[in-house]
Design a protein around this ligand. Structure first.
Ligand SMILES: [Cu+2]
Length: 128
């Protein structure tokens, strides 16, 4: 009799426990998924990418970056250069031996050139 009563009590305890256990399990999955998303974000931590302006050319010509990254043009020439977007999104004037910085705020492919030396051309590919 006591054994049977205990069994019933155990059964009553087990059933309400089933739902919280499921919730706990989905919470754990959510937490792990959240962690992996955080990890991906951390892997794409914003960086500063340098582009040299040297011998009237951009180096490297093609740059890949992420939204949030900063591009830094370093002018190593004795004349001023610009980094001017074809679509007019940005226009930096960079004096000799100076740097110009641009924080990337949107994804896309941006062709740019130097207004003083139209032969100076480059492309920035920005992904999220
Ligand atoms: Cu130039």
């Amino acid at each position: 009799m006591i054994g049977h009563g205990m069994e019933k009590a155990m059964q009553a305890m087990r059933e309400p426990l089933a739902l919280p256990a499921l919730v706990a399990r989905s919470f754990l999955v959510g937490a792990v998924a959240g962690l992996s998303v955080w990890y991906v974000v951390a892997a794409h931590a914003a960086t500063v990418i340098q582009i040299r302006m040297e011998k009237v050319a951009f180096a490297p010509v093609d740059v890949s970056a992420h939204v949030g990254d900063t591009l830094e043009w370093v002018n190593g020439d004795f004349v001023a250069h610009t980094a001017t977007a074809r679509n007019k999104d940005f226009n930096l004037n960079v004096l000799p031996n100076k740097t110009g910085r641009l924080v990337l705020t949107k994804a896309g492919t941006f062709d740019y050139y130097c207004r003083y030396h139209p032969g100076m051309k480059g492309t920035i590919t920005v992904t999220e």
